[in-house]
Design a protein around this ligand. Structure first.
Ligand SMILES: [Zn+2]
Length: 433
């Protein structure tokens, strides 16, 4: 039996386990930097399988973490994770927003391949209607307001199945495998801390997958050279001066007006002729009462661009508008970066090679050249590997997904996780033979 046939057989045998594991992660969804239960169970499984396991501060650089929740929130999430069955051996090392895990399998001389799996869920209240399968079949999120609405529960389960298959194949592989279980992909906050910790320094190939919507009914995986958008997430506060709205309005500085002026003008930033741009102000909170000049306003916004340069253009413009809007109304302002990612450009040679492995050696149905769309902080990892001459790429594992991504009734077909595991292991086998 060829190594590719072995991979197919083993991945298929793991189908029921993948389903069960994904459902467990789904029912215990955890947000970015709070993946205590998830991360500790990943660490335990990798240890059981025989991987050398690194976690916590060993894999996340403190100062490079972006968009951390408050200390109180981190503590509360830790307690909840412990109550929900986090592994007591590993959980303490993940505490305080150091929720990354890496498993290393050394198979002797050869290239170093890193695979990235993201573990975090979103701040979404999951649908409870019985038309939503997780609700109907009893694995809806126990954690109200936190939901795996982007399929990262599936990515994490796939990562552990990949770990098992590759461990079984280790005698036929030559090189080193690093499995990176990344925190806080949502909001593009986590990847940079793993890159800055040096985990990609010796890596020749880095690969990740994301679930994608299967449009044509037959394709199983998709590859594209088209990149994802670069992005920056900013929190902005305007500070003014409160005053009586009737007696001394001229003595106040109206932070609400500054913020409202900023919002309208942020959405009026000119497009770039160089490529796609996006801007969105997602939240705006201001004011304390009807008859009080507002002294504080806070908004959350994001900008995106087809390339890092185009994103920088929108961000610079946005910062200028925020400053001008504040000054216009005599307010001060503060801008806090909450997350960022460069654009992602997969390496054409690696795409070609992986595509041919999937099609010709694994017999998968491959879709090429679809547009990638959103943003993905895996870009930091790809760029780090490209910088020292390696190759990186992202592919999509396609599924007939229910509901929109990030929507309250998102779900995917669990059988498609097997396809992702086959693709990952086949590509690694090709690179390390
Ligand atoms: Zn996602």
């Amino acid at each position: 039996m060829s190594i590719y046939e072995t991979i197919q057989q083993q991945a298929k045998a793991l189908g029921p386990w993948l389903r069960e594991t994904r459902r467990d992660f789904h029912a215990h969804a955890e947000g970015g930097w709070c993946e205590i239960r998830t991360g500790s169970l990943v660490a335990r499984r990798l240890t059981q399988l025989g991987y050398e396991v690194f976690l916590g501060r060993e894999v996340c650089r403190d100062a490079s973490r972006m968009g951390l929740p408050t200390v109180q929130r981190l503590d509360a999430e830790y307690q909840r994770a412990m109550e929900q069955g986090a592994d007591p051996e590993f959980a303490p090392r993940l505490r305080g927003g150091f929720t990354g895990v890496m498993g290393v399998l050394d198979c002797g001389d050869g290239p170093v391949v890193a695979l990235r799996f993201d573990m975090d869920a979103l701040g979404v209240v999951e649908a409870a209607e019985l038309s939503h399968r997780p609700a109907a079949e009893g694995f809806r999120s126990n954690n109200e307001g936190v939901m795996h609405a982007c399929g990262h529960d599936g990515h994490t389960a796939m990562g552990l199945a990949v770990a098992e298959v590759l461990m079984n194949l280790r005698d036929q592989l030559h090189g080193k495998i690093k499995l990176l279980f990344q925190p806080a992909e949502e909001g593009v906050r986590g990847a940079k801390s793993m890159v800055d910790r040096g985990l990609l320094d010796d890596v020749d190939y880095v690969i990740a997958t994301h679930m994608g919507q299967r449009a044509d009914g037959v394709s199983q995986v998709s590859f594209t050279e088209d990149g994802t958008l670069a992005t920056t997430k900013l929190d902005v506060t305007f500070s003014g001066k409160a005053a009586h709205a009737a007696m001394v309005p001229e003595q106040g500085s109206n932070a609400l007006l500054a913020a409202a002026t900023a919002v309208l003008n942020l959405h009026a930033i000119p497009r770039s002729s160089q490529g796609e741009t996006r801007i969105n102000v997602g939240t705006l909170h201001a004011g304390t009462g009807r008859n009080v000049i507002c002294d504080r306003a806070a908004l959350e916004l994001e900008v995106r661009g087809a390339t890092t340069e185009i994103n920088d253009y929108v961000e610079r413009y946005a910062r200028r508008i925020i400053q001008a809007a504040a000054e216009m109304h005599g307010c001060s302002w503060e801008i806090t970066p909450m997350g960022s990612s460069p654009s992602l450009q997969s390496h054409p040679e690696l795409i070609k090679r992986a595509e041919s492995v999937c099609r010709d050696k694994l017999g998968l149905r491959v879709l090429s050249g679809v547009k990638a769309g959103a943003s993905e902080d895996f870009a930091y990892m790809v760029n780090a590997v490209h910088e020292h001459g390696g190759q990186g790429m992202m592919f999509h594992t396609l599924s007939p997904c229910a509901g929109p991504f990030h929507g309250r009734n998102f779900d995917f077909d669990e059988g498609d996780m097997v396809t992702g595991v086959i693709a990952f292991c086949g590509i690694v086998a090709d690179l390390l033979q």
